[in-house]
Design a protein around this ligand. Structure first.
Ligand SMILES: Cc1cc2nc3c(=O)[nH]c(=O)nc-3n(C[C@H](O)[C@H](O)[C@H](O)COP(=O)(O)O)c2cc1C
Length: 367
């Protein structure tokens, strides 16, 4: 049996922290402007996505001076309560009980909501009662007040967010910023920014990650200890073995503490603020850069990126895992070759001794 709508988990956000309220993005697109908008929405909010498709995907709504598109809209306008007025769309089961928030993203056709999206809402609007409804409309230039009215007519018992977002040919090039700001104003649950630790030169820093696919993929690599190379007196960089998703922008000003991806695999930590013409994908930012420059030093340096899940028992070297390096470190501490930190007293006996060495060996051996 043919699966007629497509529901897909927004893969960009699939790894992000679960939020208490769940969001569905339902969209229709004909010439793919709205699809681009949905891509931006997915970067900014954790959501499942459903795409509305007409039963006949070969129809040319713009042919003959938009004859079919205008006929479809006129038919709905003439009899909006008649199910026969709505063009057929491919059926899809959506469990609306899963969602508290629904974003409708649609093109504008002859001042109204595009006909296939109207069909979707005519069929499902009653199942959206009580839910937060937010509307994004894409048009060439026409204002969207009638589309807003369509949404309220078709989802009469929804809690409609004001304002709807209007993307048009004049502001389309700024859609990333407009969408980000609009999503922030929705008050819908957002993916929580995650924190990591960045340890180098005997200092540990907390960094807040971006809520983007690149940061998510980077997080999956942690804990990670790498040698980072010095460059230009303002950055340390390291080429990963794997590529991460990219969405590069030219930030203009680089800030000390920025953690960026250059290309698809080069992790960069900047320790100076300066202007740059290069493009990077943002991964995160070190919250407090006091001592950062000193910690990173003037040459190449070993840096550990760790998850911020709290101390791990036996993780004497603070790289987020317990392994042979911790055994070496604890032996050196017991022998007085290295200073003991709080993490060295793994058996809690107050004092670091052979018992702590045994405890760590047992942890490493999985006993
Ligand atoms: C049948 C039809 C009618 C349209 N009518 C209008 C209109 O009245 N005013 C306007 O500004 N744009 C109109 N447009 C343009 C679309 O609203 C605009 O290109 C939108 O971004 C398309 O989104 P999409 O690429 O996701 O399909 C129309 C497009 C079609 C196909």
């Amino acid at each position: 049996m043919k699966r007629l709508f497509t529901i897909m988990c927004a893969s960009l956000m699939a790894m992000s922290i679960a939020t208490s309220a769940r969001t569905l993005i339902a969209y229709y697109t004909y010439t793919y402007n709205v699809m681009g908008i949905v891509g931006e929405l997915s970067r900014n909010i954790e959501a499942d996505v459903v795409r509305v498709l007409p039963t006949d995907t070969t129809l040319r709504y713009e042919a003959n001076n938009y004859a079919l598109g205008s006929q479809l809209i006129a038919t709905i306008r003439n009899a909006p309560n008649d199910p026969a007025s709505y063009p057929p769309i491919q059926p899809q089961e959506v469990d609306f009980d899963l969602y508290d928030n629904i974003i409708i993203a649609t093109p504008l056709w002859w001042s109204n909501m595009a006909a296939p999206m109207q069909t979707f809402l005519f069929n499902n609007g009653s199942r959206m009662a009580g839910k937060n409804i937010a509307l994004v409309v894409s048009s060439s230039s026409s204002g969207i007040s009638s589309v807003v009215a369509d949404a309220k007519r078709l989802i009469p018992d929804g809690v409609h967010h004001d304002p709807a977002l209007w993307i048009n040919d004049t502001n389309r090039s700024s859609k990333a910023t407009l969408i980000q700001q609009w999503v922030q104003g929705l008050g819908f649950d957002q993916p929580e920014p995650q924190s990591i630790t960045v340890s180098a030169g005997g200092h540990s820093f907390t960094a807040t990650l971006e809520t983007n696919a690149t940061a998510e993929a980077f997080m999956q690599l942690l804990p990670l200890t790498v040698t980072m190379n010095e460059l230009n007196g303002n950055e340390k960089y390291h080429y990963l073995d794997t590529s991460l998703p990219t969405d590069a922008v030219r930030p203009g000003t680089i800030h000390a503490g920025d953690i960026m991806l250059y290309g698809s695999s080069c992790i960069v930590i900047f320790y100076e603020t300066f202007s740059s013409g290069y493009s990077y994908t943002r991964i995160g930012h070190i919250d407090d850069v006091t001592n950062l420059k000193a910690a990173l030093g003037q040459g190449d340096i070993e840096v550990t990126f760790g998850t911020d899940a709290g101390p791990v028992t036996g993780d004497v070297d603070g790289d987020g895992k317990v392994d042979g390096n911790d055994i070496n470190r604890i032996i050196n501490i017991v022998l007085g070759k290295e200073p003991a930190g709080d993490s060295a007293d793994v058996d809690g006996s107050v004092g670091v001794d052979g018992s702590d060495i045994n405890t760590i060996i047992n942890l490493v051996l999985g006993k």
